[in-house]
Design a protein around this ligand. Structure first.
Ligand SMILES: [Zn+2]
Ligand SMILES: [Zn+2]
Length: 474
């Protein structure tokens, strides 16, 4: 019988009669939540299972989820978890960098965070001159840089300058992304792909051009801008890109990572994939090209995810102790004084968490309330919304639900942010409640009503529906 089981989120179900300890590393990672088939949060199940078995749980993270952080406030204030802090960075010899309080830590210096105010840079520039200069200096010294942008492909949309045609996906309410490498327009939602047209499909104009940029275009631009700089041995600069497009083949990610490790690559370009976890020892500069979008997203968890990502990314710089003194994290932004970046500069997760928790408490959002989403897929947007609204209305007429219904706010059905994917219309309804018990009782009692609502004539064309408790994406 195995004494230790290592695994991904499924491992939380492993049969272990003498279970005494569960370690959930990077507990904030959204991949612990399973959104298809059996829906569960492996992190929350770990806590639940440990309670049933009388085992201990360690949730480890340098940027905990705000839920876990809030639960670990002092017991006198109602905290249920014990917060173990590890104030200094784990040095080169440790194997598990983020498990708080478990490992002896050697002193490590956190990278210096530099914010570039993009409103003071040449108009339309993608990589600001000071950042470019800093990358160039590192190439000349034989050090590595990592540049990330959260969008793959060459450009997110192709547009005609004569008639305003755009590369919309015929099956989704989204644009198809231009991939220059194989001259394709690909929908990242349904996979629909076509060769790039030579002329505008609507007006025949040849003047169709990419708008915006993804990692492929960034790689091309960096190659152009850094082309004149040589490495210490006089050879030409080498730029590599790692994202979902370059790592489709089995084993290709490992090969590419090995090239970075061996020092063959001077500048690594990629999506957030490269910011997570990989231990690149010779990287002394990490740059976020355009992270501002998440500051003003309609999803209230966006700032939390951005902060976690930037902290993780900063952690990639200077992991080799001999390089830490000069390692830097660069952030290009139009909002350099935003509190999120201020906290990042200080590497101050507690300050960031505190400001977010104040906002969430004022707005009555998790962890100060509990949420569930009901999602409906249908042939038409009307049917999807009608189903949700009908089920909501019908819940008022069920006497057994009344006691719980009184505590739960049901918002009107709305289209999902990408309303149509692969010709399926999608809508959602948010439920909010200050009591988890009331929410759970309501949801379980409501199932019958939801099933019954399918039969209503206005719901014709409904394909499926599902309840998501503690939704991570809203
Ligand atoms: Zn046109
Ligand atoms: Zn599509």
């Amino acid at each position: 019988m195995a004494r230790i089981v290592l695994g991904t989120r499924m491992a939380v179900f492993a049969s272990m009669p003498h279970l005494k300890l569960i370690v959930v590393d990077e507990e904030h990672d959204p991949s612990y939540k399973s959104g298809e088939g059996a829906r569960y949060s492996a992190r929350d199940l770990a806590v639940y299972r440990a309670r049933l078995n009388g085992a201990k749980v360690i949730l480890g993270s340098a940027t905990p989820s705000l839920e876990s952080w809030y639960h670990s406030r002092p017991a006198a204030e109602g905290g249920r978890y014990l917060r173990l802090e590890m104030p200094s960075r784990v040095g080169a010899n440790a194997v598990l960098p983020n498990i708080a309080g478990v490992l002896p830590s050697t002193a490590g210096v956190l990278p210096l965070v530099r914010r570039v105010d993009m409103s003071h840079q040449p108009k339309g520039c993608v990589i600001s001159p000071p950042l470019l200069d800093a990358i160039g200096q590192r190439i000349a010294r034989g050090e590595q840089s990592m540049v990330f942008l959260n969008r793959r492909g060459y450009a997110p949309v192709l547009s005609c300058s004569d008639c305003d045609w755009k590369s919309t996906c015929p099956h989704c309410s989204a644009y198809r992304v231009f991939h220059k490498i194989d001259r394709s327009l690909r929908c990242h939602h349904c996979g629909f792909s076509e060769r790039v047209p030579r002329a505008c499909p609507d007006c025949g104009s040849l003047d169709i051009a990419p708008v915006g940029r993804g990692t492929e275009r960034l790689e091309e631009q960096l190659a152009l801008l850094l082309g004149g700089i040589s490495r210490p041995d006089g050879s030409a600069v080498r730029i590599a890109r790692i994202d979902a497009d370059t790592t489709k083949l089995k084993g290709s990610l490992e090969t590419q990572l090995a090239q970075v490790h061996s020092g063959e690559v001077d500048v690594l370009v990629g999506t957030q994939m490269i910011a997570k976890g990989h231990d690149f020892r010779r990287i002394t500069l990490v740059a976020a090209i355009n992270p501002d979008g998440a500051l003003f997203s309609s999803d209230f968890r966006s700032p939390e995810r951005l902060f976690g990502l930037l902290m993780q990314a900063a952690g990639r710089a200077g992991r080799d102790a001999s390089n830490t003194s000069r390692s830097e994290m660069w952030v290009q932004t139009f909002h350099p004084t935003h509190p999120l970046y201020e906290a990042l500069k200080q590497h101050d997760y507690p300050a960031f968490a505190q400001s977010q928790l104040v906002e969430r408490e004022q707005a009555g959002m998790p962890p100060f309330s509990f949420q569930a989403l009901v999602r409906a897929d249908a042939r038409t947007q009307e049917a999807a919304q009608a189903f949700l609204n009908a089920a909501s209305q019908a819940s008022l007429e069920v006497p057994e639900l009344a006691a719980w219904r009184a505590h739960v706010s049901l918002y009107p059905a709305v289209p999902m942010s990408i309303a149509r994917v692969a010709n399926v219309e999608r809508a959602q309804m948010l439920l909010e409640c200050s009591s988890r018990t009331a929410l759970q009782r309501f949801l379980s009692g409501w199932q019958t009503t939801l099933h019954a609502s399918r039969a209503k004539p206005e719901c014709k064309g409904l394909l499926r529906w599902a309840v998501d408790v503690d939704p991570l994406l809203i």
